[in-house]
Write a protein that binds this ligand. Structure first.
Ligand code: F6P
Length: 571
């Protein structure tokens, strides 16, 4: 039986917030308060959140905290940490925090979980160390110098993002490459230039049934075989929660690392799925990533709601999404090593909170997860920022910056200051804007006539009032990267807890996988599509098949063996 829940819009605080949203001052006015920056800055696990540029008043903040309490956020959080089966559509616990936990954690998970986690982590770090030392020998007894990590979604994005972020921080004696997309061009581009006798593959898949990953792995196995590597399995490592599935496909037990069904795909960076990262940065740095995340876990578990970084970010996101009607969340980094963070967060947030059903099965009564997007700030300034300043969309922004740099270039400090200044400038311009009177005065001051100033004023005024968080890392290092990822994980969790949705399943993605398998069987093996398949899909399938047939016939004609057939059409 489904436990009855109180829907978010039924909470008393929801009504208070809806009313407050109608009476909000412009950010320009709010930012006159000299106490605001100190009052609205929180630190944890090496990160500093300055949320003073959020369009909130003290009353709004208090109501947001009330909303968290009324939603029983702390109880829901504690249930997750205790390992209760909070993923109720799959009857699973959600224990990625246990992957980075320590023995003295309270609340704590089952001791057996801790033991298994530790054993597998030690195996994984030992393997990474061996590979980095050149002691992983390929089938022809040559040391592996390049590792190609094959996986997709949560089995790719996290290790890829963190390895990219940390590549300048530690030596990389073994090159790590990532392949996710099944377009042959991607694998080809990575493999060309690599030596098959010295290239190892890490195949990461929680289920070991993901077709994109299995196709790329099969293609890589064929590449090895064509180069004369007789026993491909010696050069392959499997990372999976389904070891039997991997072994049925020929992977070797001593080259299989496992994790558990209570680790969601998009939360698996901390598990064996992190092996490519551990190979890229080494066991010590990988451990620091775990420690950084663990520090954030402790903060999340223990800090009062009003000073709790993930809770605050979640509440401010809810304020934007539900009360200020802001449908998108921009993550813009002024630290270039974090270039891949937005695509990582897209999965984290949109796969978790892209839901339209409450936990009890009722359709959602309020808007849920935003569209998450982003990239590098300075590059964005020369591309899409114009829309932020003068476009018609509401956007909430997380600016991410660093306080220090360790880049060994003589002008590194100037580079850093340039990035910091731009981040502050954009946050200022977007929040305060420039009203018509100020713009007109400036134009007159610059020597324009009254008529010319009047003509240009609307074009050169800026509404402002765009809310943003400033999130500062000391530097981009293993611990801050770990803490940052854990921060966003918990933010997403808190939002689902308040929206009363389930953050840990992804049935929409599963539907896509099922339908893709049916269409692939029809396309590659000529099997019939399931009865009732819509006409558009059937027509498109005929179009693709006819195109293949036409190109086949053309090739035959050119080689003088068959007549050409007409071009395909969607008719
Ligand atoms: O993208 C959907 C998803 O199910 C993710 O949750 C998961 O990270 C990804 O597919 C890959 O799945 P697997 O690790 O089983 O190959």
């Amino acid at each position: 039986m489904t436990t009855p829940i109180t829907l978010p819009h039924e909470q008393p605080a929801w009504h208070a917030l809806a009313l407050a949203a109608t009476q909000l001052p412009h950010l320009r006015a709010l930012l006159q308060d000299p106490q605001r920056p100190a009052r609205m800055t929180v630190q944890a696990a090496g990160l500093t959140l300055d949320y003073s540029r959020q369009r909130v008043t003290p009353t709004v903040l208090q109501s947001l905290i009330d909303l968290a309490r009324q939603s029983r956020l702390e109880a829901q959080r504690d249930a997750m940490f205790r390992g209760e089966a909070i993923n109720t559509t799959e009857q699973r616990a959600v224990l990625h925090v246990a992957l980075r936990g320590s023995a003295d954690d309270t609340p704590t998970w089952a001791p057996a979980v801790s033991r298994e986690v530790r054993t597998e982590l030690e195996r994984m770090l030992a393997l990474a160390t061996r590979i980095r030392a050149g002691d992983w020998l390929g089938a022809s007894r040559k040391p592996i110098t390049d590792v190609v990590a094959i996986g997709i979604g949560g089995s790719d994005l996290g290790p890829r993002m963190a390895a990219h972020a940390l590549q300048g921080v530690v030596d990389q004696p073994v090159r790590v490459h990532f392949v996710s997309n099944p377009d042959a061009a991607v694998l080809h581009q990575v493999l060309q230039g690599l030596d098959p006798l010295r290239t190892g593959f890490v195949v990461a898949s929680k289920t070991f049934t993901t077709q994109e990953t299995l196709l790329n792995a099969a293609s890589a196995q064929r590449w090895l075989a064509d180069a004369g590597v007789a026993q491909w399995s010696r050069q392959f490592i499997a990372l999976t929660a389904a070891p039997a599935q991997a072994q049925a496909l020929g992977y070797e037990p001593d080259q299989t690392l496992r994790f558990w069904d209570w680790v969601g795909g998009r939360y698996s960076l901390w598990s064996a799925i992190g092996l490519p990262l551990a190979i890229a940065v080494g066991a010590e740095a990988f451990t620091q990533v775990l420690t950084g995340a663990h520090d954030m876990d402790r903060h999340f578990a223990q800090a009062p709601l009003a000073h709790n970084l993930p809770v605050l970010m979640a509440l401010l996101g809810i304020w934007q999404r539900n009360f200020l009607a802001t449908p998108t969340q921009l993550v813009t980094s002024y630290a270039a090593p974090l270039a891949l963070l937005p695509s990582y967060l897209q999965q984290m947030d949109m796969e978790s909170n892209g839901k339209r059903t409450h936990a009890d099965g009722r359709p959602v009564s309020v808007a849920t997860g935003p569209i998450v997007w982003g990239g590098l700030g300075i590059d964005g300034q020369h591309a899409y920022y114009q829309l932020l300043h003068q476009g018609c969309h509401r956007v909430a922004i997380d600016f991410i910056g660093t306080l220090r740099t360790e880049v060994p270039l003589p002008l590194a400090r100037q580079h850093l200051q340039f990035n910091q200044a731009n981040m502050l400038a954009q946050a200022q311009a977007l929040s305060v804007g420039r009203d018509a009177a100020a713009t007109r005065a400036l134009l007159i001051q610059s020597g324009l006539s009254d008529a010319e100033a009047d003509r240009l004023t609307p074009h050169r005024s800026f509404e402002g009032n765009v809310s943003s968080n400033l999130l500062w890392l000391d530097t981009v290092n293993p611990a801050t990267v770990g803490a940052l990822v854990a921060l966003y994980e918990h933010k997403v969790f808190c939002q689902a807890a308040i929206w009363q949705t389930l953050a840990f399943d992804q049935w929409g993605v599963e539907l896509g996988k099922t339908v893709a398998n049916e269409v692939l069987a029809a396309l590659s093996q000529g099997q019939p599509l399931p009865a009732g398949t819509d006409e558009a899909t059937q027509a498109a399938l005929r179009f693709v098949r006819d195109a293949a047939q036409a190109s086949h016939s053309l090739a035959a004609t050119l080689s003088g063996t068959a007549p050409a057939s007409p071009s395909p059409s969607l008719a």
